[in-house]
Write a protein that binds this ligand. Structure first.
Ligand code: ADP
Length: 606
Protein backbone atom coordinates (compact mmCIF):
# COMPACT_ATOMS: atom_id res chain seq x y z
CA UNK A 1 0.00 0.00 0.00
CA UNK A 2 2.83 2.31 0.93
CA UNK A 3 4.38 1.77 -2.49
CA UNK A 4 1.14 1.64 -4.57
CA UNK A 5 -0.14 4.99 -3.33
CA UNK A 6 2.90 7.04 -4.32
CA UNK A 7 3.04 5.18 -7.64
CA UNK A 8 -0.61 6.10 -8.40
CA UNK A 9 0.06 9.74 -7.52
CA UNK A 10 3.16 9.68 -9.70
CA UNK A 11 1.15 8.23 -12.63
CA UNK A 12 -1.57 10.82 -12.23
CA UNK A 13 0.99 13.60 -12.24
CA UNK A 14 2.76 11.98 -15.18
CA UNK A 15 -0.48 11.70 -17.16
CA UNK A 16 -1.15 15.43 -16.75
CA UNK A 17 2.39 16.30 -17.74
CA UNK A 18 2.36 13.83 -20.63
CA UNK A 19 -0.91 15.03 -22.17
CA UNK A 20 0.47 18.58 -22.07
CA UNK A 21 3.60 17.29 -23.75
CA UNK A 22 1.57 15.40 -26.44
CA UNK A 23 -0.46 18.51 -27.20
CA UNK A 24 2.66 20.64 -27.56
CA UNK A 25 4.08 17.97 -29.86
CA UNK A 26 0.88 17.95 -31.99
CA UNK A 27 0.86 21.76 -32.14
CA UNK A 28 4.44 21.75 -33.36
CA UNK A 29 3.62 19.12 -35.95
CA UNK A 30 0.53 21.05 -37.16
CA UNK A 31 2.64 24.17 -37.45
CA UNK A 32 5.18 22.22 -39.54
CA UNK A 33 2.52 20.78 -41.90
CA UNK A 34 0.93 24.18 -42.30
CA UNK A 35 4.24 25.77 -43.23
CA UNK A 36 4.87 23.07 -45.84
CA UNK A 37 1.34 23.55 -47.19
CA UNK A 38 1.84 27.32 -47.44
CA UNK A 39 5.15 26.79 -49.23
CA UNK A 40 3.35 24.45 -51.61
CA UNK A 41 0.63 26.96 -52.18
CA UNK A 42 3.23 29.60 -53.08
CA UNK A 43 4.77 27.17 -55.54
CA UNK A 44 1.33 26.56 -57.15
CA UNK A 45 0.90 30.34 -57.49
CA UNK A 46 4.33 30.61 -59.09
CA UNK A 47 3.38 27.81 -61.53
CA UNK A 48 0.17 29.73 -62.39
CA UNK A 49 2.20 32.87 -63.01
CA UNK A 50 4.63 30.95 -65.20
CA UNK A 51 1.82 29.35 -67.16
CA UNK A 52 0.25 32.77 -67.78
CA UNK A 53 3.66 34.07 -68.95
CA UNK A 54 4.17 31.07 -71.26
CA UNK A 55 0.72 31.49 -72.79
CA UNK A 56 1.28 35.22 -73.16
CA UNK A 57 4.37 34.57 -75.22
CA UNK A 58 2.73 31.89 -77.40
CA UNK A 59 2.28 33.11 -81.08
CA UNK A 60 -1.18 31.58 -81.22
CA UNK A 61 -2.40 33.49 -78.22
CA UNK A 62 -0.65 36.66 -79.34
CA UNK A 63 -2.16 36.50 -82.84
CA UNK A 64 -5.63 35.69 -81.44
CA UNK A 65 -5.33 38.68 -79.09
CA UNK A 66 -3.98 40.90 -81.91
CA UNK A 67 -6.79 39.88 -84.16
CA UNK A 68 -9.29 40.16 -81.29
CA UNK A 69 -10.48 36.76 -82.31
CA UNK A 70 -12.92 35.91 -79.54
CA UNK A 71 -13.77 32.54 -80.96
CA UNK A 72 -10.16 31.47 -81.05
CA UNK A 73 -9.62 32.79 -77.53
CA UNK A 74 -12.66 30.89 -76.21
CA UNK A 75 -11.21 27.81 -77.85
CA UNK A 76 -7.84 28.34 -76.14
CA UNK A 77 -9.36 29.15 -72.68
CA UNK A 78 -9.89 26.42 -70.07
CA UNK A 79 -11.60 25.98 -66.70
CA UNK A 80 -8.97 28.10 -64.89
CA UNK A 81 -7.63 29.98 -67.93
CA UNK A 82 -9.22 33.05 -69.46
CA UNK A 83 -8.29 35.91 -71.83
CA UNK A 84 -9.29 39.55 -71.80
CA UNK A 85 -8.95 41.85 -74.78
CA UNK A 86 -7.41 45.29 -74.71
CA UNK A 87 -6.20 47.26 -71.69
CA UNK A 88 -8.23 46.32 -68.62
CA UNK A 89 -7.52 46.39 -64.88
CA UNK A 90 -7.03 43.05 -63.24
CA UNK A 91 -10.26 42.16 -61.43
CA UNK A 92 -10.48 39.95 -58.31
CA UNK A 93 -11.98 36.54 -58.82
CA UNK A 94 -14.29 35.37 -55.99
CA UNK A 95 -13.31 31.99 -54.48
CA UNK A 96 -9.97 31.94 -56.28
CA UNK A 97 -6.67 33.66 -56.60
CA UNK A 98 -5.36 34.53 -60.07
CA UNK A 99 -2.08 35.27 -61.78
CA UNK A 100 -2.09 37.22 -65.11
CA UNK A 101 0.25 38.74 -67.70
CA UNK A 102 -0.38 41.57 -70.17
CA UNK A 103 0.43 40.88 -73.82
CA UNK A 104 1.95 44.00 -75.39
CA UNK A 105 3.04 44.40 -79.04
CA UNK A 106 4.71 47.50 -80.53
CA UNK A 107 3.85 49.50 -77.40
CA UNK A 108 0.18 48.53 -77.61
CA UNK A 109 -1.58 46.36 -75.05
CA UNK A 110 -3.27 43.56 -76.93
CA UNK A 111 -4.86 41.86 -73.92
CA UNK A 112 -4.30 39.80 -70.77
CA UNK A 113 -3.83 36.09 -70.01
CA UNK A 114 -5.37 35.08 -66.63
CA UNK A 115 -4.65 31.80 -64.81
CA UNK A 116 -6.90 31.10 -61.72
CA UNK A 117 -6.15 29.00 -58.73
CA UNK A 118 -9.52 28.32 -57.04
CA UNK A 119 -9.80 27.66 -53.31
CA UNK A 120 -11.50 24.36 -53.81
CA UNK A 121 -11.35 20.78 -52.61
CA UNK A 122 -8.84 19.92 -55.36
CA UNK A 123 -6.38 22.54 -54.11
CA UNK A 124 -6.79 21.23 -50.53
CA UNK A 125 -6.23 17.63 -51.68
CA UNK A 126 -3.09 18.71 -53.63
CA UNK A 127 -1.72 20.58 -50.66
CA UNK A 128 -2.49 17.68 -48.29
CA UNK A 129 -0.72 15.26 -50.58
CA UNK A 130 2.25 17.49 -51.17
CA UNK A 131 2.70 18.23 -47.45
CA UNK A 132 2.49 14.58 -46.45
CA UNK A 133 -0.49 14.96 -44.13
CA UNK A 134 -1.02 11.77 -42.13
CA UNK A 135 -4.32 9.92 -41.83
CA UNK A 136 -6.89 11.83 -39.84
CA UNK A 137 -5.11 15.17 -40.18
CA UNK A 138 -6.53 17.50 -42.81
CA UNK A 139 -6.45 20.96 -44.36
CA UNK A 140 -9.27 23.46 -44.72
CA UNK A 141 -9.77 26.99 -46.00
CA UNK A 142 -11.36 29.55 -43.73
CA UNK A 143 -12.96 32.77 -44.66
CA UNK A 144 -14.01 34.66 -41.54
CA UNK A 145 -15.43 31.93 -39.26
CA UNK A 146 -16.45 29.68 -42.16
CA UNK A 147 -14.40 26.56 -42.69
CA UNK A 148 -14.38 24.78 -46.09
CA UNK A 149 -13.08 21.18 -46.21
CA UNK A 150 -12.19 19.04 -49.17
CA UNK A 151 -12.85 16.87 -51.02
CA UNK A 152 -16.66 17.25 -50.83
CA UNK A 153 -16.25 20.92 -49.99
CA UNK A 154 -18.22 20.59 -46.73
CA UNK A 155 -18.49 23.72 -44.70
CA UNK A 156 -18.78 24.48 -41.00
CA UNK A 157 -18.46 27.32 -38.52
CA UNK A 158 -15.43 27.65 -36.19
CA UNK A 159 -13.61 30.36 -34.28
CA UNK A 160 -9.96 30.48 -35.29
CA UNK A 161 -7.08 32.65 -34.43
CA UNK A 162 -4.02 32.86 -36.61
CA UNK A 163 -0.72 31.14 -35.59
CA UNK A 164 -2.13 29.92 -32.26
CA UNK A 165 -3.39 26.35 -31.90
CA UNK A 166 -6.98 26.01 -30.65
CA UNK A 167 -9.40 23.18 -29.89
CA UNK A 168 -12.48 23.12 -32.10
CA UNK A 169 -15.42 20.82 -32.87
CA UNK A 170 -16.57 20.39 -36.41
CA UNK A 171 -18.68 17.66 -37.99
CA UNK A 172 -19.08 16.09 -34.54
CA UNK A 173 -15.30 15.58 -34.24
CA UNK A 174 -12.83 17.30 -31.92
CA UNK A 175 -9.78 18.84 -33.58
CA UNK A 176 -6.66 20.69 -32.67
CA UNK A 177 -6.30 23.43 -35.33
CA UNK A 178 -3.86 26.10 -36.38
CA UNK A 179 -4.36 28.70 -39.15
CA UNK A 180 -2.35 31.12 -41.28
CA UNK A 181 -3.29 33.78 -43.84
CA UNK A 182 -2.88 33.08 -47.55
CA UNK A 183 -2.20 36.54 -48.89
CA UNK A 184 -2.89 39.97 -47.43
CA UNK A 185 -5.89 42.24 -47.01
CA UNK A 186 -9.16 41.96 -45.14
CA UNK A 187 -10.57 39.44 -47.58
CA UNK A 188 -7.53 37.16 -47.37
CA UNK A 189 -8.31 33.53 -46.90
CA UNK A 190 -6.81 31.37 -44.18
CA UNK A 191 -5.33 27.96 -44.57
CA UNK A 192 -6.10 25.71 -41.56
CA UNK A 193 -4.31 22.52 -40.49
CA UNK A 194 -6.39 20.21 -38.27
CA UNK A 195 -5.53 17.07 -36.29
CA UNK A 196 -8.16 15.00 -34.44
CA UNK A 197 -7.67 15.15 -30.61
CA UNK A 198 -8.64 11.49 -30.17
CA UNK A 199 -5.25 10.59 -31.64
CA UNK A 200 -3.40 12.84 -29.24
CA UNK A 201 -5.11 11.54 -26.11
CA UNK A 202 -4.79 8.05 -27.53
CA UNK A 203 -1.03 8.50 -27.73
CA UNK A 204 -0.97 9.92 -24.19
CA UNK A 205 -3.04 7.12 -22.73
CA UNK A 206 -0.87 4.58 -24.58
CA UNK A 207 2.17 6.11 -22.93
CA UNK A 208 0.36 6.18 -19.59
CA UNK A 209 -0.40 2.50 -19.82
CA UNK A 210 3.16 1.75 -20.70
CA UNK A 211 4.25 3.71 -17.63
CA UNK A 212 1.68 1.92 -15.44
CA UNK A 213 2.85 -1.47 -16.64
CA UNK A 214 6.52 -0.58 -16.20
CA UNK A 215 5.78 1.04 -12.79
CA UNK A 216 3.99 -2.03 -11.50
CA UNK A 217 6.70 -4.24 -12.93
CA UNK A 218 9.28 -2.24 -11.00
CA UNK A 219 7.06 -2.38 -7.91
CA UNK A 220 6.78 -6.14 -8.11
CA UNK A 221 10.54 -6.43 -8.69
CA UNK A 222 11.20 -4.20 -5.66
CA UNK A 223 8.78 -6.27 -3.54
CA UNK A 224 10.40 -9.50 -4.65
CA UNK A 225 13.89 -8.13 -4.02
CA UNK A 226 12.71 -6.84 -0.62
CA UNK A 227 11.27 -10.26 0.19
CA UNK A 228 14.48 -11.99 -0.87
CA UNK A 229 16.74 -9.51 0.94
CA UNK A 230 14.58 -9.14 4.09
CA UNK A 231 16.47 -11.74 6.19
CA UNK A 232 19.82 -10.22 5.19
CA UNK A 233 18.62 -6.69 6.00
CA UNK A 234 17.18 -7.89 9.32
CA UNK A 235 20.47 -9.61 10.21
CA UNK A 236 22.42 -6.48 9.30
CA UNK A 237 20.07 -4.32 11.32
CA UNK A 238 20.37 -6.63 14.31
CA UNK A 239 24.17 -6.64 14.07
CA UNK A 240 24.18 -2.83 13.84
CA UNK A 241 21.82 -2.58 16.80
CA UNK A 242 24.01 -4.93 18.81
CA UNK A 243 27.12 -2.91 17.92
CA UNK A 244 25.47 0.37 18.96
CA UNK A 245 24.24 -1.22 22.17
CA UNK A 246 27.71 -2.60 22.94
CA UNK A 247 29.25 0.84 22.33
CA UNK A 248 26.61 2.42 24.62
CA UNK A 249 27.21 -0.17 27.32
CA UNK A 250 30.95 0.36 27.06
CA UNK A 251 30.55 4.11 27.45
CA UNK A 252 28.57 3.52 30.65
CA UNK A 253 30.98 1.07 32.24
CA UNK A 254 32.54 2.53 35.38
CA UNK A 255 35.95 0.99 34.66
CA UNK A 256 38.26 2.39 32.03
CA UNK A 257 38.39 0.08 28.99
CA UNK A 258 40.71 0.31 26.02
CA UNK A 259 41.75 -1.89 23.13
CA UNK A 260 45.27 -2.13 21.75
CA UNK A 261 45.56 -3.97 18.43
CA UNK A 262 48.30 -6.38 17.47
CA UNK A 263 50.30 -3.45 16.02
CA UNK A 264 50.29 -1.70 19.42
CA UNK A 265 47.84 0.99 18.26
CA UNK A 266 44.98 2.13 20.52
CA UNK A 267 41.69 1.32 18.79
CA UNK A 268 39.13 1.99 21.51
CA UNK A 269 39.12 4.28 24.55
CA UNK A 270 35.88 4.40 26.53
CA UNK A 271 34.32 7.31 28.45
CA UNK A 272 35.55 6.12 31.84
CA UNK A 273 39.10 5.84 30.44
CA UNK A 274 38.77 9.47 29.30
CA UNK A 275 37.47 10.57 32.71
CA UNK A 276 40.13 8.71 34.72
CA UNK A 277 43.16 9.66 32.64
CA UNK A 278 41.99 12.99 31.25
CA UNK A 279 43.07 11.81 27.77
CA UNK A 280 40.35 12.35 25.13
CA UNK A 281 39.43 9.34 22.96
CA UNK A 282 40.04 11.24 19.71
CA UNK A 283 43.55 12.21 20.83
CA UNK A 284 44.66 8.65 21.66
CA UNK A 285 42.64 6.43 19.28
CA UNK A 286 44.71 5.61 16.22
CA UNK A 287 48.01 6.43 17.99
CA UNK A 288 50.56 3.89 19.21
CA UNK A 289 50.01 3.19 22.93
CA UNK A 290 53.66 3.87 23.76
CA UNK A 291 53.37 7.43 22.44
CA UNK A 292 49.88 8.20 23.72
CA UNK A 293 50.27 6.83 27.29
CA UNK A 294 53.51 7.95 28.90
CA UNK A 295 55.12 5.16 30.88
CA UNK A 296 53.21 2.46 28.96
CA UNK A 297 56.43 0.83 27.74
CA UNK A 298 57.55 0.24 31.35
CA UNK A 299 54.23 -0.90 32.80
CA UNK A 300 52.96 -3.07 29.92
CA UNK A 301 55.10 -6.12 30.82
CA UNK A 302 53.81 -5.96 34.40
CA UNK A 303 50.12 -6.18 33.42
CA UNK A 304 48.62 -9.70 33.61
CA UNK A 305 46.90 -10.68 30.34
CA UNK A 306 44.48 -13.65 30.25
CA UNK A 307 43.54 -15.50 27.08
CA UNK A 308 39.90 -15.78 28.18
CA UNK A 309 37.78 -13.29 30.15
CA UNK A 310 37.45 -14.16 33.84
CA UNK A 311 40.06 -16.93 33.77
CA UNK A 312 41.09 -17.18 37.42
CA UNK A 313 43.61 -19.98 36.91
CA UNK A 314 45.62 -18.07 34.34
CA UNK A 315 46.07 -14.76 36.18
CA UNK A 316 45.68 -14.04 39.85
CA UNK A 317 44.04 -10.64 39.32
CA UNK A 318 44.72 -7.07 38.35
CA UNK A 319 48.09 -5.42 38.93
CA UNK A 320 48.48 -1.94 40.41
CA UNK A 321 50.80 0.12 38.22
CA UNK A 322 51.77 3.82 38.20
CA UNK A 323 51.36 6.03 35.15
CA UNK A 324 52.58 9.58 34.78
CA UNK A 325 49.96 11.46 32.80
CA UNK A 326 50.66 15.16 32.22
CA UNK A 327 52.79 15.31 35.37
CA UNK A 328 50.02 13.68 37.41
CA UNK A 329 50.82 10.38 39.07
CA UNK A 330 48.00 7.91 38.49
CA UNK A 331 47.82 4.46 40.06
CA UNK A 332 45.76 2.03 38.07
CA UNK A 333 44.61 -1.44 38.94
CA UNK A 334 44.68 -3.03 35.49
CA UNK A 335 44.32 -6.40 33.77
CA UNK A 336 44.00 -7.44 30.13
CA UNK A 337 42.35 -10.12 28.01
CA UNK A 338 43.91 -11.07 24.67
CA UNK A 339 41.82 -11.99 21.61
CA UNK A 340 42.26 -12.10 17.84
CA UNK A 341 41.95 -8.29 17.36
CA UNK A 342 44.45 -7.42 20.09
CA UNK A 343 44.21 -6.99 23.86
CA UNK A 344 41.41 -5.36 25.83
CA UNK A 345 42.53 -3.72 29.07
CA UNK A 346 40.18 -2.81 31.91
CA UNK A 347 41.37 -0.57 34.74
CA UNK A 348 40.24 1.24 37.88
CA UNK A 349 41.73 4.39 39.39
CA UNK A 350 43.24 3.41 42.74
CA UNK A 351 45.28 6.61 43.22
CA UNK A 352 43.29 7.62 46.31
CA UNK A 353 43.54 4.16 47.87
CA UNK A 354 47.24 4.16 47.09
CA UNK A 355 47.69 7.60 48.70
CA UNK A 356 45.74 6.42 51.75
CA UNK A 357 47.92 3.36 51.93
CA UNK A 358 51.02 5.56 51.74
CA UNK A 359 49.67 7.81 54.50
CA UNK A 360 48.93 4.78 56.65
CA UNK A 361 52.43 3.40 56.33
CA UNK A 362 53.87 6.88 56.87
CA UNK A 363 51.73 7.19 59.98
CA UNK A 364 52.95 3.87 61.35
CA UNK A 365 56.58 4.79 60.58
CA UNK A 366 56.33 8.31 62.05
CA UNK A 367 54.36 7.35 65.14
CA UNK A 368 56.61 4.41 65.92
CA UNK A 369 59.66 6.63 65.48
CA UNK A 370 58.13 9.42 67.57
CA UNK A 371 57.11 6.94 70.26
CA UNK A 372 60.38 5.09 70.33
CA UNK A 373 62.57 8.04 71.45
CA UNK A 374 60.48 9.22 74.45
CA UNK A 375 59.65 5.63 75.41
CA UNK A 376 63.34 4.70 75.38
CA UNK A 377 64.12 7.75 77.58
CA UNK A 378 61.23 6.91 79.91
CA UNK A 379 62.31 3.30 80.09
CA UNK A 380 65.96 4.21 80.76
CA UNK A 381 65.11 6.76 83.46
CA UNK A 382 62.62 4.44 85.18
CA UNK A 383 65.05 1.49 85.13
CA UNK A 384 67.89 3.62 86.50
CA UNK A 385 65.68 4.91 89.29
CA UNK A 386 64.48 1.42 90.17
CA UNK A 387 67.84 -0.37 90.09
CA UNK A 388 70.21 2.29 91.40
CA UNK A 389 68.09 4.82 93.25
CA UNK A 390 69.97 4.27 96.58
CA UNK A 391 73.29 4.99 94.90
CA UNK A 392 72.08 8.08 92.98
CA UNK A 393 72.50 11.51 94.50
CA UNK A 394 69.43 13.71 94.94
CA UNK A 395 70.19 15.98 91.92
CA UNK A 396 70.46 13.03 89.53
CA UNK A 397 67.19 11.62 90.85
CA UNK A 398 65.45 14.99 90.23
CA UNK A 399 67.00 15.16 86.76
CA UNK A 400 65.68 11.68 85.93
CA UNK A 401 62.23 12.52 87.25
CA UNK A 402 62.23 15.76 85.17
CA UNK A 403 63.09 13.70 82.12
CA UNK A 404 60.23 11.30 82.81
CA UNK A 405 57.86 14.26 83.15
CA UNK A 406 59.13 15.94 79.93
CA UNK A 407 58.99 12.75 77.85
CA UNK A 408 55.53 11.84 79.08
CA UNK A 409 54.38 15.39 78.16
CA UNK A 410 55.87 14.88 74.71
CA UNK A 411 54.06 11.55 74.40
CA UNK A 412 50.81 13.12 75.55
CA UNK A 413 51.24 15.94 72.99
CA UNK A 414 51.81 13.39 70.23
CA UNK A 415 48.71 11.44 71.20
CA UNK A 416 46.76 14.72 71.35
CA UNK A 417 47.91 15.60 67.79
CA UNK A 418 46.88 12.20 66.48
CA UNK A 419 43.48 12.46 68.13
CA UNK A 420 42.91 15.99 66.81
CA UNK A 421 43.89 14.88 63.30
CA UNK A 422 41.39 12.04 63.35
CA UNK A 423 38.65 14.41 64.62
CA UNK A 424 39.46 16.91 61.85
CA UNK A 425 39.39 14.15 59.25
CA UNK A 426 36.05 12.92 60.55
CA UNK A 427 34.80 16.56 60.76
CA UNK A 428 33.67 15.85 64.28
CA UNK A 429 35.64 18.67 65.93
CA UNK A 430 33.43 21.47 67.24
CA UNK A 431 34.79 24.87 66.18
CA UNK A 432 33.33 27.94 67.88
CA UNK A 433 32.57 31.03 65.84
CA UNK A 434 32.62 34.10 68.05
CA UNK A 435 34.41 37.43 68.09
CA UNK A 436 37.72 37.69 69.95
CA UNK A 437 40.49 40.26 70.31
CA UNK A 438 43.42 39.28 68.01
CA UNK A 439 45.93 41.47 69.84
CA UNK A 440 45.13 39.93 73.19
CA UNK A 441 45.48 36.47 71.66
CA UNK A 442 48.87 37.30 70.13
CA UNK A 443 50.19 38.66 73.44
CA UNK A 444 49.05 35.58 75.36
CA UNK A 445 50.58 33.19 72.79
CA UNK A 446 53.89 35.10 72.74
CA UNK A 447 54.12 35.24 76.51
CA UNK A 448 53.55 31.47 76.78
CA UNK A 449 56.17 30.84 74.10
CA UNK A 450 58.71 33.01 75.91
CA UNK A 451 58.37 30.68 78.87
CA UNK A 452 59.23 27.73 76.62
CA UNK A 453 62.41 29.17 75.02
CA UNK A 454 65.66 28.47 76.76
CA UNK A 455 68.44 29.07 74.25
CA UNK A 456 68.42 32.87 74.10
CA UNK A 457 65.84 33.04 71.31
CA UNK A 458 63.71 36.19 71.44
CA UNK A 459 60.03 36.31 70.51
CA UNK A 460 58.90 39.85 69.63
CA UNK A 461 55.45 41.27 68.98
CA UNK A 462 54.87 43.83 66.28
CA UNK A 463 51.27 44.94 66.55
CA UNK A 464 51.00 48.69 66.22
CA UNK A 465 47.42 49.75 66.54
CA UNK A 466 44.13 48.60 68.01
CA UNK A 467 42.65 45.93 65.76
CA UNK A 468 39.00 45.00 65.15
CA UNK A 469 37.77 41.73 66.59
CA UNK A 470 38.09 38.54 64.62
CA UNK A 471 35.40 35.90 64.27
CA UNK A 472 36.48 32.33 64.93
CA UNK A 473 37.49 29.98 67.70
CA UNK A 474 39.84 31.86 70.05
CA UNK A 475 41.25 28.72 71.66
CA UNK A 476 41.96 27.02 68.31
CA UNK A 477 43.49 30.22 66.88
CA UNK A 478 45.75 30.32 69.95
CA UNK A 479 46.72 26.71 69.23
CA UNK A 480 47.57 27.56 65.57
CA UNK A 481 49.68 30.56 66.59
CA UNK A 482 51.47 28.58 69.33
CA UNK A 483 52.26 25.82 66.82
CA UNK A 484 53.70 28.30 64.30
CA UNK A 485 55.81 29.99 67.01
CA UNK A 486 57.04 26.57 68.24
CA UNK A 487 57.99 25.62 64.66
CA UNK A 488 59.83 28.94 64.23
CA UNK A 489 61.79 28.18 67.41
CA UNK A 490 62.38 24.53 66.39
CA UNK A 491 63.57 25.29 62.85
CA UNK A 492 65.85 28.25 63.73
CA UNK A 493 69.39 28.16 65.16
CA UNK A 494 69.90 29.17 68.86
CA UNK A 495 69.50 32.84 69.80
CA UNK A 496 67.22 33.47 66.89
CA UNK A 497 64.75 36.35 66.67
CA UNK A 498 61.13 35.54 66.00
CA UNK A 499 58.57 38.21 65.25
CA UNK A 500 54.84 37.75 65.65
CA UNK A 501 52.48 40.31 64.07
CA UNK A 502 48.75 40.89 63.76
CA UNK A 503 47.48 43.48 61.29
CA UNK A 504 44.35 44.32 59.36
CA UNK A 505 44.32 43.26 55.71
CA UNK A 506 41.06 44.30 54.03
CA UNK A 507 38.23 42.44 55.72
CA UNK A 508 40.59 40.07 57.55
CA UNK A 509 43.19 40.09 60.28
CA UNK A 510 46.49 38.64 59.24
CA UNK A 511 48.60 36.83 61.86
CA UNK A 512 52.25 36.25 60.89
CA UNK A 513 55.18 34.45 62.49
CA UNK A 514 58.54 35.37 60.96
CA UNK A 515 61.83 33.64 61.68
CA UNK A 516 65.37 33.79 60.26
CA UNK A 517 65.82 30.03 60.38
CA UNK A 518 66.54 27.29 57.85
CA UNK A 519 63.72 28.22 55.49
CA UNK A 520 61.78 25.97 53.16
CA UNK A 521 62.54 25.28 49.45
CA UNK A 522 59.88 26.58 47.00
CA UNK A 523 58.77 23.12 45.84
CA UNK A 524 58.02 22.00 49.40
CA UNK A 525 56.05 25.01 50.59
CA UNK A 526 52.66 23.51 49.80
CA UNK A 527 53.52 19.97 50.82
CA UNK A 528 54.57 20.84 54.37
CA UNK A 529 50.86 21.38 55.12
CA UNK A 530 50.16 17.74 54.18
CA UNK A 531 49.67 15.10 56.85
CA UNK A 532 52.98 13.60 58.15
CA UNK A 533 55.04 15.61 55.65
CA UNK A 534 58.44 16.63 57.04
CA UNK A 535 61.39 18.20 55.24
CA UNK A 536 63.68 16.08 57.40
CA UNK A 537 61.81 12.77 57.72
CA UNK A 538 64.80 10.98 59.20
CA UNK A 539 65.34 13.63 61.90
CA UNK A 540 68.95 14.17 60.69
CA UNK A 541 68.90 17.66 62.14
CA UNK A 542 67.91 16.20 65.47
CA UNK A 543 64.61 18.11 65.46
CA UNK A 544 61.76 15.76 66.26
CA UNK A 545 58.23 16.14 65.02
CA UNK A 546 55.28 14.13 63.77
CA UNK A 547 54.56 16.16 60.62
CA UNK A 548 51.02 16.74 61.85
CA UNK A 549 51.39 20.28 63.25
CA UNK A 550 50.96 22.29 60.02
CA UNK A 551 48.25 19.93 58.78
CA UNK A 552 46.28 20.63 61.96
CA UNK A 553 46.94 24.39 61.59
CA UNK A 554 45.65 24.41 58.00
CA UNK A 555 42.51 22.41 58.82
CA UNK A 556 41.71 24.60 61.84
CA UNK A 557 42.20 27.85 59.87
CA UNK A 558 40.06 26.51 57.01
CA UNK A 559 37.30 25.50 59.40
CA UNK A 560 37.25 29.14 60.59
CA UNK A 561 36.85 30.35 56.98
CA UNK A 562 40.45 31.51 56.81
CA UNK A 563 43.54 30.68 54.80
CA UNK A 564 47.15 29.87 55.70
CA UNK A 565 50.38 30.03 53.66
CA UNK A 566 54.13 30.37 53.90
CA UNK A 567 56.68 32.64 52.23
CA UNK A 568 60.24 31.44 52.47
CA UNK A 569 63.56 30.80 50.80
CA UNK A 570 66.05 28.16 51.96
CA UNK A 571 68.50 29.64 54.51
CA UNK A 572 66.62 32.94 54.60
CA UNK A 573 63.96 32.15 57.17
CA UNK A 574 60.24 31.69 56.77
CA UNK A 575 57.10 33.74 57.37
CA UNK A 576 53.97 31.70 58.14
CA UNK A 577 50.76 33.75 57.85
CA UNK A 578 47.09 33.07 58.28
CA UNK A 579 44.06 35.29 57.93
CA UNK A 580 40.72 35.16 59.72
CA UNK A 581 37.65 37.26 58.90
CA UNK A 582 36.88 40.38 60.92
CA UNK A 583 33.64 40.10 62.95
CA UNK A 584 30.70 41.68 61.05
CA UNK A 585 29.81 44.51 63.47
CA UNK A 586 33.37 45.81 63.08
CA UNK A 587 33.05 45.70 59.33
CA UNK A 588 29.91 47.82 59.55
CA UNK A 589 31.85 50.37 61.59
CA UNK A 590 30.11 49.47 64.86
CA UNK A 591 32.50 49.15 67.79
CA UNK A 592 31.94 45.96 69.76
CA UNK A 593 32.73 46.30 73.45
CA UNK A 594 35.47 43.98 74.75
CA UNK A 595 34.05 40.62 75.74
CA UNK A 596 33.03 40.62 79.39
CA UNK A 597 30.27 39.28 81.63
CA UNK A 598 28.31 37.47 78.99
CA UNK A 599 28.01 40.52 76.68
CA UNK A 600 29.82 38.71 73.82
CA UNK A 601 27.85 38.12 70.71
CA UNK A 602 28.27 34.66 69.40
CA UNK A 603 27.35 32.86 66.21
CA UNK A 604 27.59 29.23 65.35
CA UNK A 605 28.86 28.15 61.99
CA UNK A 606 27.61 24.99 60.37
P1 ADP B 1 56.69 18.81 62.65
O1 ADP B 1 56.04 18.11 63.79
O2 ADP B 1 57.63 17.97 61.90
O3 ADP B 1 57.22 20.14 63.04
P2 ADP B 1 54.87 20.34 61.08
O4 ADP B 1 53.66 19.88 60.35
O5 ADP B 1 54.67 21.37 62.09
O6 ADP B 1 55.51 19.04 61.62
O7 ADP B 1 55.89 20.85 60.02
C1 ADP B 1 56.13 20.11 58.87
C2 ADP B 1 57.53 20.37 58.34
O8 ADP B 1 57.60 21.74 57.85
C3 ADP B 1 58.56 20.29 59.36
O9 ADP B 1 59.02 18.98 59.51
C4 ADP B 1 59.66 21.20 58.86
O10 ADP B 1 60.45 20.49 57.99
C5 ADP B 1 58.89 22.25 58.08
N1 ADP B 1 58.73 23.50 58.85
C6 ADP B 1 57.69 23.87 59.63
N2 ADP B 1 57.87 25.11 60.11
C7 ADP B 1 59.09 25.54 59.67
C8 ADP B 1 59.85 26.73 59.85
N3 ADP B 1 59.41 27.75 60.59
N4 ADP B 1 61.04 26.80 59.23
C9 ADP B 1 61.51 25.79 58.47
N5 ADP B 1 60.82 24.63 58.24
C10 ADP B 1 59.62 24.51 58.86
Amino acid sequence: MLLVLPLAVALWAYAGWDSGKQQAKTDARLQGWLQTAVADYSRILRDAEQRAAELGSSPRVQSALARRDRRQLAHLAGPNLSFELGRSAESATPGAVSRSVEVVASGRTLGRVIVKVPFDADLLARLERASGFPNGARLAFASGDRLTFGPGGTESQARLSVHRAVDLVTGGERYRAIATFLGAGPQARKLVALAPTAGISGDASGDRWRVIVVGFGVLVAVLLAGYALAPLIARNRLAKHQRTQAARVLSHVGDGVFLIDSEGVIRLWNTAAEAITGLAANSVCGSPAQGAISGWREVEPLIPVASRPGDQREISGAETVPLDIDGRELWLSIAGVAFTDGTVYAFRDVTDERRLEAIRSEFVATVSHELRTPLASLHGAAMTLRQRHERLDADTQVELLDMIAAQSTRLAALVEEILLTSQLDARSLRIASEPFDPEQLVRAAVEEARLRVSDGTTVAISATKVLPHVVGDGMRTHQVLANLIDNAIKYSPPEARIEVTAEQEGESIRFSVRDDGFGIPGGEQNRIFDKFYRLDPDHLRGVSGSGLGLYICRELVRSMSGRIWVESAPGRGATFSFELPIAEPFLAGVELRPAAHGSRSSRTRP
